[in-house]
Design a protein around this ligand. Structure first.
Ligand SMILES: Nc1ncnc2c1ncn2[C@@H]1O[C@H](COP(=O)(O)OP(=O)(O)O)[C@@H](O)[C@H]1O
Ligand SMILES: [Mg+2]
Length: 459
């Protein structure tokens, strides 16, 4: 079964085409103008769209561009009366699959659609890696309704239109790479390359040659010329991930690319020109790195024309439920399982957890839960394995003794406060989280003199 979209002002034609393709097992959606077509496209990634050249309310060329951007594998067939056939030809040049002259018969259309479907990359396996990224970074993959994340969306939209350097700050797994890609694929450079480099993954010399390339013989082992990432990214965007981990020496070279838009390959005197937008990211405290003399201030100011801070997941608890729904649907689809939702107890377990690995960790937890689940609802049992694993290994969960030492009482009080906060000051739930009885917790609360407004109201 394929998803077809028919955009046409002729309601008789739409009805005929609709009932025929429906009868041979396709799912057919219709629109009679530009806005209607956009609304349909928002909901569904179509396999084939059949579009009349003169659509009311907008141009077929814009529509084609939007389809190609959102869902590159969609085949677009345009149809035109003889007098506007030239428009159709232009559409072909812009990437439409084929053109049909009106009036056409249903077998003719069927033939074209069959041909388009045969030549198409299978669903979920888009043509190229580039297409895949293009899809991953679309706004509909951004989940979140909290004020914090809405602010991020607004900044992304605003900076996408510019060429400014952007630095993205946030803990691991908060979506920094997703945001970087969204900026690129919604910018004027979206048809240029989006090149990612993880600066922490490579030792200094390798990173340098990765970024700038090298000539043959530039160092031992350089047995042929290599083009660097700054050169590959020409006309597009380079994403420098984990920028804080870059050595001072490499930082100086990056600064020069920003200032002069040129650099040399290792082992060469010849300058190479490049036109790239720089987006960088880090989960480290750059201010501190600068104070320690480990990060160049001048580079920081160049990178930080716009900065975007991604909040950790625990600071936007309201988004957890949305993200869970999103990931459940995604993995149920990928793993071919029927999942209707999540039991309240399991949901509570997830919203109370502090998510040190943020959205990436939540995504992994949901994948495992879907894989393990035997029914249609995710239960606490499906999650237990994940949490058992987490508390066993993750060193982020062990409490670190400060170098100056600490009074055990202070630590206890602090943990109780944290537990209460996480459970919205419901003592019974906080007690569960701390592994003590409600009575024992209540005793401690009185002992430490902890109070909260919500408790007083009940008296
Ligand atoms: N707002 C969001 N909605 C849906 N998925 C998200 C969101 N933010 C991040 N993700 C997903 O979480 C994972 C981690 O995101 P990533 O951008 O790699 O984080 P970072 O670069 O900060 O470590 C990715 O799979 C990404 O698609
Ligand atoms: Mg990352």
């Amino acid at each position: 079964m394929s998803n077809l979209l028919i955009v046409d002002t002729d309601s008789y034609l739409c009805a005929d085409v609709g009932s025929f393709f429906h009868s041979i097992g396709h799912s057919v959606h219709q629109a009679s103008d530009y806005a209607g077509a956009l609304a349909q496209m928002d909901k569904i990634d179509f396999d084939v769209a059949v579009i009349q050249v003169n659509i009311p309310g907008g141009s077929v060329h814009d529509l084609l561009q939007r389809i190609k951007k959102k869902s590159p594998r969609t085949a677009v067939i345009v149809d035109a009366e003889l007098e506007s056939i030239q428009e159709g030809v232009q559409a072909i040049q812009e990437g439409a699959f084929s053109i049909l002259q009106k009036p056409f018969s249903i077998p003719e259309l069927n033939f074209q659609i069959k041909r388009a479907l045969e030549q198409q990359a299978p669903r979920g396996e888009p043509g190229s890696l580039e297409d895949r990224y293009r899809n991953v970074y679309q706004p509909y993959n951004f989940i979140g309704e909290s004020e914090e994340i809405k602010k991020v969306f607004r900044i992304v939209n605003r900076v996408a239109a510019t060429d400014s350097s952007v630095i993205i700050l946030g803990e691991t797994g908060t979506g920094k790479e997703l945001v970087a890609g969204a900026i690129h694929y919604n910018s004027a450079r979206s048809h240029g390359p989006f090149v990612r480099v993880n600066c922490a993954a490579l030792p200094e010399q390798l990173l340098e040659s990765e970024l700038f390339g090298h000539e043959r013989g530039a160092f031992t082992g350089a047995d042929r010329q290599r083009i660097g990432r700054f050169e590959h990214a020409n006309g597009g965007t380079i994403f420098l991930d984990e920028i804080a981990d870059m050595s001072l020496y490499t930082q100086a070279k990056v600064l020069r690319v920003i200032q002069e838009k040129e650099f040399e390959r290792l082992g060469s005197n010849e300058s190479v020109k490049t036109d790239v937008r720089i987006i960088s990211a880090t989960n480290r405290d750059l201010m501190q790195r600068m104070q320690q003399g480990l990060f160049r201030e001048d580079l920081y100011y160049r990178l930080n024309v716009v900065s975007i801070r991604l909040p950790p997941l625990r600071e936007r608890n309201g988004d957890i439920a949305l993200l869970i729904q999103f990931f459940l649907k995604k993995f149920a689809g990928n793993l071919n399982k029927r999942i209707r939702g999540i039991e309240p107890a399991a949901m509570r377990m997830l919203t109370r957890y502090h998510w040190p690995g943020n959205i990436r960790e939540l995504e992994n937890a949901m994948e495992r839960a879907v894989l393990l689940s035997e029914g249609e609802m995710i239960t606490t049992d499906d999650l237990n394995l994940f949490f058992a694993h987490e508390s066993g290994i993750g060193d982020e969960k062990t409490i670190k003794l400060p170098t100056t030492g600490i009074r055990l009482e202070d630590a206890e009080r602090d943990l109780i406060l944290q537990a209460l906060e996480r459970c919205s000051w419901v003592q019974k739930e906080a007690a569960e989280l701390l592994g003590v009885s409600s009575r024992a917790l209540n005793y401690k609360i009185k002992h430490f003199g902890i109070t909260h407004n919500s408790w007083k109201q009940n008296r």
